[in-house]
Write a new protein. Structure first.
Length: 97
């Protein structure tokens, strides 16, 4: 089952990812086998997850959330869905080269 998820790292940073198997992926992150970002910031805590019917939809959602500012991600985590449109990025983060 495809999932998109957000982890809160020990330093307070947020990591967004997608996976077929959420339980397995969380175990990988906790064991230091996840992304470079999370490996250096253990332990991590799952703060948001969302099921999708298709992996391509989950991946697209992951990329969408990754482009959001922290404030908007925190609103999503807090389930303040009515505030998300107001938090639209006027100055999105620059894309990595």
């Amino acid at each position: 089952m495809p999932w998109v998820y957000i982890l809160e790292c020990q330093d307070g940073s947020l990591y967004t990812g997608s996976t077929w198997n959420l339980e397995k992926r969380l175990a990988e992150h906790q064991a230091g086998l996840g992304a470079k970002h999370t490996r250096k910031r253990l332990p991590v805590k799952l703060v948001f997850c969302e099921f999708s019917d298709r992996i391509d939809v989950a991946y697209a959602r992951e990329k969408q959330i990754q482009g959001w500012r922290r404030e908007k991600k925190l609103a999503l985590i807090a389930e303040k869905h009515d505030t998300l449109p107001k938090l639209a990025d006027t100055n999105p983060k620059p894309k990595a080269k």
